[in-house]
Design a protein around this ligand. Structure first.
Ligand code: PGA
Length: 249
């Protein structure tokens, strides 16, 4: 009942010349693939409008990587959720660990951004995950529960919210948790969501795993219970890698 979602995160990568990768992804989709999985590519804001045009008819949707918590106003350099929607986004990542670290975003900031995204008609992809030190000291589950309670809208709906579990130490490092650790965390996230989301929504909410997902490990990770897709960084930059991961669903 939960359709898998394979979401790419281009981060601060991509010039117009790289649109040809998105064109290639669009060409590589098939009705069979689309019936099995949803595909989303979160591009830099500068490429959003053009990417949205490029993917028309391919079944791939485009999204953004952050938004401001306010809809408009005197916030030089920031981009609001309605602006992203207007440019063609259907989703936005909020609370990525790189935002939490580089811009000191706290759970309350992430919650405000998620609320803004949903109000603008976007799916909020809310990221959580522990650091290496937190995992090694046995605190991973507690850390993620606290992040969920602080950053996921109370009474939220599964149609508006996707959770991405991304251990900070697995992002861009080539390291991944064991399958047992991923499965344990995802089961715990779903349990925690039962006390946050509206009644009955936790079982419908998609939980993505992110952190060094690549064609060679995608199949085993995506086969785990309570893993409903992946958030893919580095391996989403190339159409061949991204489509191989999608094909592993
Ligand atoms: P990675 O990044 O796949 O390059 O590890 C994942 C992410 O940060 O979303």
């Amino acid at each position: 009942m939960r359709k898998p979602l394979i979401a790419g995160n281009w981060k601060m990568n991509g010039l117009r010349a790289d649109l040809n990768e998105i064109v290639a992804m669009g060409k590589a989709t098939s009705p069979a693939l689309r019936s099995r999985t949803e595909l989303l590519l979160c591009v830099p804001a500068t490429l959003l409008f053009t990417s949205a045009a490029v993917v028309i008819g391919s079944g791939i949707r485009v999204g953004a990587q952050d938004c401001h918590a306010k809809a408009s106003g005197a916030h030089t350099g920031d981009i609001s959720a309605p602006m992203l929607f207007d440019a063609g986004a259907s989703a936005v990542i909020v609370g990525h660990s790189e935002r939490r670290t580089d811009h000191a975003e706290k759970d309350a900031d992430v919650l405000a951004k998620a609320d803004a995204a949903i109000a603008a008609g976007l799916t909020a992809i809310i990221c959580v995950g522990e650091t290496k030190a937190q995992r090694e000291s046995g605190k991973a589950l507690d850390v993620v529960r606290k992040q969920l309670r602080g950053s996921v809208p109370k009474g939220g709906l599964a149609a508006d919210i996707v959770i991405a579990y991304e251990p900070v130490w697995a992002i861009g490092t080539g390291l991944t948790p064991t399958n047992a650790d991923i499965a344990e965390m995802h089961a715990d996230i779903r349990r925690t969501l039962k006390s946050i989301l509206a009644k009955g929504e936790a079982d419908k909410c998609r939980l993505l795993y992110g952190g060094s997902v690549k064609p060679s490990n995608a199949a085993e990770i995506l086969a785990l219970e309570d893993v409903d897709g992946a958030l893919v960084g580095g391996a989403s930059l190339k159409a061949t890698d991204f489509m191989a991961i999608a094909g592993a669903v």
